[in-house]
Design a protein around this ligand. Structure first.
Ligand SMILES: NC(=O)C1=CN([C@@H]2O[C@H](COP(=O)(O)OP(=O)(O)OC[C@H]3O[C@@H](n4cnc5c(N)ncnc54)[C@H](O)[C@@H]3O)[C@@H](O)[C@H]2O)[C@@H](O)CC1
Ligand SMILES: Nc1ncnc2c1ncn2[C@@H]1O[C@H](COP(=O)(O)OP(=O)(O)O)[C@@H](O)[C@H]1O
Ligand SMILES: [K+]
Length: 520
């Protein structure tokens, strides 16, 4: 699988350092290449003679900016240079850039003197931003946003935290961001991604060799899969039958909640599972049979009564034996029966499990069930995938939802380790971690149209459908999350983001996989 990395500022600094010290590429060569790439993006968009303002800080980001200004000046642009901060504090490379433009007799100013430019080059802070922006720096960022001109941020918009995407008190709103070697997490996570404009990632000679064998922590699927989603699917056997394409058991729904089972089960079918059986209260029978006649059904009533449970649990045991994997949770509620169903499924089955929605809330309340899951994974080799949204995640983790959002990568990994499973932490950028893998997947497909009731049920069904077709827990989760986001993007292209509903996501499965096998 072809990957794309998102790096932290510490990782990027390490790769810079390795390139400079281990591979002996001079730092100024990297800076010149970064500046040339940025200047070329400006030349593509603006003609010679355009007015350019370069705003530099004292770090190497400022050095990049000064070099961009010098190159543009030499190519016929009218360039003004401003340095914010003390010259004496400039980094070695930035001082060198100052010396060069001094030789060309370009004056360096210490404040912005005109509010009219065609292009503003934002090189105040890059990935070295280490604290909140205050005083003259904050004023400068606000002024840049006020000047009427096209803003090009060098590496990352000044004021965005490169690791978390947070706005550090103030941040530049760029039209384009030209970054180098690898995209940083701050370009991808919210709100940072909304400040970048278009992100252009340029090769400046820092390559995967600079990892010296240790990959970056965070990755995603390469962009090409957005157009070639079918390449991620398990190969489909032309000689297969409904048994070989996998059997999914969906334990979902409660009284007045039949939609969750339907969305989940239909998605498992549409992703290619051979058979799907729904376990739900008897009250839901009629509506499910009407809306999803393809589903097999096993219903229960009065399950809180011991005799009724005795009979039904035998039936459930048979269903669990029949299935290749089980989804439990969508719409089951938190009643005594839901609790019993959940416990039975965790403890009495030997099959892979996808736990979603209320299943997660029940899990959060029981240390004993969490221990059972660890046993299921470690001793029985079952694959356990949990799919909490941020609030469910916070309940399981024992922290506040805001804390999850700030630190989604490491918290997702920690929970996966604790539960010995695959954790899908669902948010605008969903993270997926697996206990046996160091690296964490960060998803970049999807949009806010998917923030609509039931879209999580669709994801649970998709992941289960992939597991049933033989996927490993981790791959099923990654592929499921990526595809689910693509379905959201395609649905939004058709109707706009406001109108997207969960069922529309499943509907798009009819089209997205139609090129199966063609471009693998
Ligand atoms: N040779 C290299 O290492 C390369 C570095 N590159 C550039 O270098 C940048 C990173 O350079 P640096 O590490 O020097 O960092 P920056 O240029 O991002 O800024 C760091 C400076 O700002 C100060 N600072 C941090 N937060 C502040 C705040 N809130 N208020 C006031 N001052 C603050 C720091 O004390 C430090 O002096 C990258 O973003 C990239 O643009 C590129 O030229 C590629 C090659
Ligand atoms: N702003 C957004 N951008 C991208 N994806 C989103 C956004 N908001 C929600 N989603 C996705 O939509 C799904 C919502 O799931 P969930 O909260 O479980 O919904 P429900 O419980 O109603 O089914 C998740 O997969 C989440 O990642
Ligand atoms: K910048």
């Amino acid at each position: 699988m072809e990957k794309k990395y998102f790096v932290t500022s510490a990782e990027m600094k390490k790769y810079d350092k390795t390139t400079i010290e281990h591979f002996e590429v001079p730092s100024l060569v990297l800076m010149e290449r970064a500046a040339l790439e940025t200047a070329e993006e400006i030349e593509k968009r603006f003609k010679k003679g355009s007015r350019v303002l370069v705003i530099s800080g004292t770090g190497n980001n400022g050095g990049d900016g000064i070099a961009v200004g010098r190159i543009l000046m030499q190519r016929g642009y009218e360039v003004d240079f401003v340095l914010i901060g003390e010259q004496a504090k400039c980094s070695k490379e930035t001082r060198r850039q100052l010396d060069i433009i001094a030789k060309y007799e370009c004056p360096m100013k210490s404040k912005i003197e005109s509010m009219e430019y065609d292009i503003i080059i934002d090189a105040l802070f890059g990935i070295g931003l280490s604290r909140n922006v205050e005083g003259i720096y904050k004023n400068c960022i606000e002024t840049m946003n006020d000047i009427c001109g096209f803003i090009v941020s060098v590496d990352i918009p000044s004021g965005i935290n490169a690791d978390t995407g947070e706005v550090m008190n103030a941040a530049v709103k760029a039209d384009i961001t030209v970054t180098f070697a690898y995209e940083k997490l701050g370009h991808i996570l919210y709100p940072g991604c909304e400040y970048c404009g278009e992100v252009l990632c340029k090769d400046i000679g820092i390559t995967d060799e600079s990892f010296l064998g240790e990959e970056p922590l965070v990755y995603s699927y390469a962009d090409r899969y957005k157009e070639q989603a079918a390449a991620l699917m398990p190969a489909r056997n032309r000689g297969g039958n409904k048994g070989t394409f996998g059997k999914v058991l969906v334990v979902a729904g409660s009284r007045n909640m039949s939609g969750a089972c339907e969305l989940c089960a239909r998605s498992a079918y549409r992703i290619g599972a051979g058979m799907v059986k729904i376990v739900t209260p008897e009250e839901n029978r009629e509506i499910i049979q009407k809306n999803l006649p393809e589903a097999l059904l096993s219903t229960y009533s009065d399950a809180e009564k011991p005799e009724a449970w005795e009979v039904f649990s035998q039936d459930l045991k048979e269903s669990m034996k029949w299935a290749d994997c089980i989804v439990i949770g969508p719409g089951i509620g938190k009643s005594g029966t839901a609790h019993r169903l959940f416990e039975y499924t965790v403890k009495e089955s030997a099959k892979d499990l996808v736990i979603d929605a209320d299943g997660l809330n029940l899990l959060a309340e029981s240390e004993e069930l969490q221990e059972s899951l660890r046993t299921a994974a470690l001793r029985e080799g079952r694959q356990i995938i949990i799919t909490p949204h941020v609030a469910e995640f916070a309940r399981l983790y024992g922290c506040k939802p805001e804390e999850v959002k700030k630190d989604i990568i490491s918290k997702t990994k920690k929970l996966a380790d604790r539960l010995c499973g695959t954790v899908v932490c669902k948010d605008a950028r969903t993270a997926v971690a697996h206990y046996e893998e160091r690296c964490v997947y960060l998803n970049v497909t999807g949009n806010d149209g998917m923030a609509t009731a039931g879209s999580g049920d669709v994801l649970a069904g998709i992941i289960a459908g992939l597991l049933a077709q033989g996927g490993k827990g981790r791959e099923a989760a990654l592929t499921g999350v990526f595809l689910h986001g693509r379905l959201g993007d395609l649905a939004a292209e058709k109707t706009g983001r406001y109108a997207v509903m969960a069922g529309d996501l499943t509907e798009q499965l009819k089209y997205i996989l139609s090129d199966e096998g063609k471009r693998r």
